[in-house]
Design a protein around this ligand. Structure first.
Ligand SMILES: Cc1cc2nc3c(=O)[nH]c(=O)nc-3n(C[C@H](O)[C@H](O)[C@H](O)COP(=O)(O)O)c2cc1C
Length: 387
């Protein structure tokens, strides 16, 4: 059987071998912005496990934009070799490799999640080399009661920031990456500009809907100009948030993003209120954000990636078959099972299942399955009488 999940997806000059993406997930393991062997091992696992697209975690174009002191960066050339090593290896395994470029704006400068994700005090020095760590945002409005009030960017500083993103894009190209994703979601800087709640400017970057979209659109225009025409550009959106941003707003923004050369909308939600997106999600259901991917796809006429509690193979296959999205991104379930793609191919009975992973593994596993053992993978199968 040929499944939709394991059919390739061509975008510009890049063909992703299947519709499964590793969702961008910060691992809070960088040191002074540098990725390390830890990141190499982490991303290599997913490439070996058969994911079509490896999206490297939110990597900051500007040290001021780090959510925590352990975020990775792309604000200087020294960061390129470690990223290039990841890209080269993942590509050698047939994966497509992207990087999410982000800036946390007023939500920067917190402790890592397992230390409480709390705003760090003024004594906390910058990630790069102990510089002053200034929070910046569209308006001088703090993210939460304990957060520092950010510096309101001047128009000149906005233009400089767009240029800073541009430099990070050029470094992503030097690192050999296939896709850039701009992080426009989760209450971070780009989302802050779009939001009436966080953006109360009275100049060309605030006020009307068109003015609030201006930063996102100028940023995308610059990124698209510098990023090779043959390479895809993704945008992660919070399709709705808790502070008035609606799905209709997202559809309007996505139509404009498409005109500026964005190829794929990665449809998430939330993050404009205090606290982490993951912490605030109060037990949502399976595929809770899929309807957003479906509506944006239908009404903005752009490819979408669905994400959020997509856990089961048949669930992912159904999303694609029903035309709700063009790809699925798997986050935490991929942390649970880095071989999710291989597992899903087996569960769906895809004819290419054993080609999902390298021969170094599949040679043995296929032989074992042929002799009647271990076809129904995992520790969850009941009883030793079952294969
Ligand atoms: C540890 C962790 C780190 C995350 N980091 C990012 C990130 O860097 N960028 C981003 O857009 N979303 C981030 N997210 C959100 C995920 O990409 C994903 O959208 C979310 O976990 C829902 O998908 P899931 O249910 O498959 O995990 C993170 C989530 C987790 C659990």
């Amino acid at each position: 059987m040929k499944t939709k999940l394991f059919s390739p997806l061509a975008i510009r000059d890049v063909t992703i071998k299947n519709r499964i993406g590793l969702s961008p997930m910060l691992t809070y393991a960088a040191e002074h912005g540098f990725m390390s062997d830890w990141h190499f091992a982490h991303y290599a696992k997913f490439a070996l496990g058969g994911a079509g697209l490896i999206m490297i975690e939110s990597t900051k174009a500007d040290p001021r934009g780090c959510t925590t002191p352990r975020d990775p960066g792309l604000w200087k050339d020294d960061f390129i070799p470690a990223i290039a090593k990841i890209a080269q290896f993942a590509k050698s395994q047939g994966a497509t490799v992207g990087i999410q470029l982000g800036h946390s704006g007023r939500k920067a400068r917190n402790s890592v999640p397992w230390e409480g994700r709390l705003p760090l005090g003024p004594e906390q020095k910058g990630v790069d080399h102990g510089e002053e760590w200034e929070l910046i945002a569209p308006s001088a409005i703090a993210a939460g009661v304990k957060s520092q009030v950010p510096h309101e960017l001047s128009v000149t500083e906005i233009h400089e920031l767009i240029e800073t993103f541009g430099q990070a894009v050029l470094r992503a190209e030097k690192a050999g990456l296939d896709i850039v994703e701009v992080h426009g979601a989760h209450g971070y800087l780009v989302h802050q500009f779009c939001s009436e709640h966080a953006n109360q400017r009275t100049d060309a970057y605030g006020g009307s809907f068109n003015n609030r979209m201006r930063f996102a659109l100028e940023l995308i225009e610059h990124v698209r100009f510098l990023w090779p025409q043959g390479k895809p550009l993704f945008y992660r959106i919070s399709a709705v948030d808790e502070q008035g941003w609606s799905i209709e707003d997202s559809v309007k923004l996505c139509r404009e993003l498409k005109l500026k050369g964005v190829d794929m909308i990665d449809c998430s939600s939330g993050g404009m209120s205090e606290g982490s997106v993951m912490a605030s999600a109060s037990r949502p259901g399976f595929g809770y954000q899929v309807p957003y991917a479906q509506q944006i796809r239908a009404e903005a006429g752009i490819m979408t990636q669905a994400v959020g509690l997509i856990i089961h193979a048949d669930q992912a296959e159904k999303i694609l078959r029903q035309g709700q999205a063009d790809m699925v991104a798997i986050g935490r379930e991929m942390l649970n099972n880095p071989h999710w793609a291989f597992d899903a191919a087996n569960k769906l009975g895809d004819e290419s299942a054993f080609k999902t992973i390298p021969a170094n593994y599949s040679y043995w596993l296929e032989k074992r399955a042929g002799s009647g053992f271990g076809k129904n993978t995992s520790t969850w199968a009941a009883g030793i009488s079952q294969t």
